[in-house]
Structures are given as C-alpha cells and as structure tokens.
Design a protein around this ligand. Structure first.
Ligand code: VGL
Ligand code: ZN
Length: 208
C-alpha cells in the first residue's frame, strides 16, 4: 500500500505569501494529478500560534534568516507565517481537498519548530502520521510539496527512520533556497539516507 504525503501546500508558501517559495504554486497541479495513484493521501499543515518562537517578530531586534537557540535547538528565524486560523495558513485554493484522506497539523508548540510531518524538530512529540500510515497498511510513501530544503527534507528523513520505503517526487517540490545551493544539497542529503527520487510523469505512466 502506497501513500502520498503532501507537505505544507499552503497560501503562505505560495506566490505572494508571507514565506513565499519561488514557484510554490506550480506544485498544486502536480499534487492534484498525483492523488488518484495512491491508496491514501495525507497532507501536512504548518499551524503556528501567533507567539511561535520561530517567528523573528517574536524576538526583539531579530530578523528573518538569522539563527537563534530555541529551547536548546538551533532555530532559523522566519517571517510570521501559517498562523492558526489565518488566511495564509489555508491550503492553496486550487488544491483538491476531496482527494485528501487526512490532514496532520504541526508546529503548534511555541518552543519548538516542526519541519517534518512526523515529529517536531526535537523529536519530542509525534503528529500521529506514522501510526496512521502503519494502521492503514502503508509500506511506501511518496513525498512532495513545500519546501524542499526544510519541511519536505525532514519529512523524508523521518519517513526513512520510521521504516517506510520513501520516494521524493522531485518536480512536485520547490525550495526556499535561503542560501544558494540549499536545494541541491537537500536532494543529495535525501538520496544519501535512501530516499529515491522520481518524477511525476513516471508515476502517471505506471513505471514506479
Ligand atoms: C517551512 C519554514 C518554516 C516549510 C515551514 O514548510 O518548509 N519552512 N515553516
Ligand atoms: Zn513554519
């Protein structure tokens, strides 16, 4: 059984959003095309309280892109994004929600960020995604969405750790690229832990 994991396809990561990922909108059509090929489709939703510790605005004199220590972990500071209940936290309006079986929220604890859809960055709490997939008999996961060099990357790392056969749908991802080369480095890191890279057309052709 195979599952599709759609990572953070939310307004704030798309064009004009608070934490805009270049080309973020382009992944929406691919996500919709991919849904019918999977036994289960899940989506993660970055879902922060307004006082979240990853927001530069919550640290006097700090600005986005700087790195601080947050509750013992290194933390990149971000613009305010994906605040619970806000417009920017909503899924992209063209994402076909009828094709999604379950949504997993992350990033609710102000003291720790949560890039992965499985666990927070300190691996202190689970989102329930792993148990859900295992209960559904899922052995293989295909991951795509936003952003390649953050939430997508850490979701694939945890998928591998949790024992899933893990694929990355490369053309279904876009990256933040805070520093030039971050996306290609992320792709290499994912491959080095056993993530297999595929293109969406191969899935549609039944070749994967
Ligand atoms: C993300 C930074 C902060 C992501 C979420 O979805 O990749 N990046 N929050
Ligand atoms: Zn976030």
């Amino acid at each position: 059984m195979k599952a599709l994991i759609l990572v953070d396809i939310q307004i704030d990561f798309c064009q004009g959003g608070a934490l805009e990922v270049k080309g973020g909108d382009d992944v929406v059509a691919i996500a919709n095309l991919m849904m019918p090929y999977f036994d289960k489709v899940v989506a993660t939703q970055d879902w922060h309280p307004a006082d979240h510790g990853s927001f530069a605005a919550n640290h006097p004199w700090r600005k986005p892109g700087q790195i601080i220590e947050l509750d013992g972990l290194s933390q990149v500071l971000w613009p305010i994004h994906c605040v619970q209940g806000s417009f920017g936290a909503e899924f992209h309006p063209q994402l076909e929600m009828d094709g999604i079986d379950k949504v997993f929220h992350k990033g609710m604890d102000r003291r720790v960020d949560s890039y992965s859809g499985f666990f927070d960055n300190g691996k202190r709490k689970t989102t329930g995604l792993s148990t859900y997939l295992k209960n559904e008999g899922i052995k293989t996961v295909f991951v795509m969405g936003l952003a390649t060099d953050y939430c997508v990357k850490f979701t694939t790392f945890d998928a591998i750790d949790e024992g899933f056969d893990t694929y990355l749908i490369v053309d279904g991802c876009r990256g933040v690229e805070l520093n030039p080369g971050d996306v290609s480095a992320a792709l290499e890191q994912m491959q080095s832990v056993g993530v297999k890279c595929v293109q969406s057309d191969k899935i549609m052709a039944g070749l994967v």
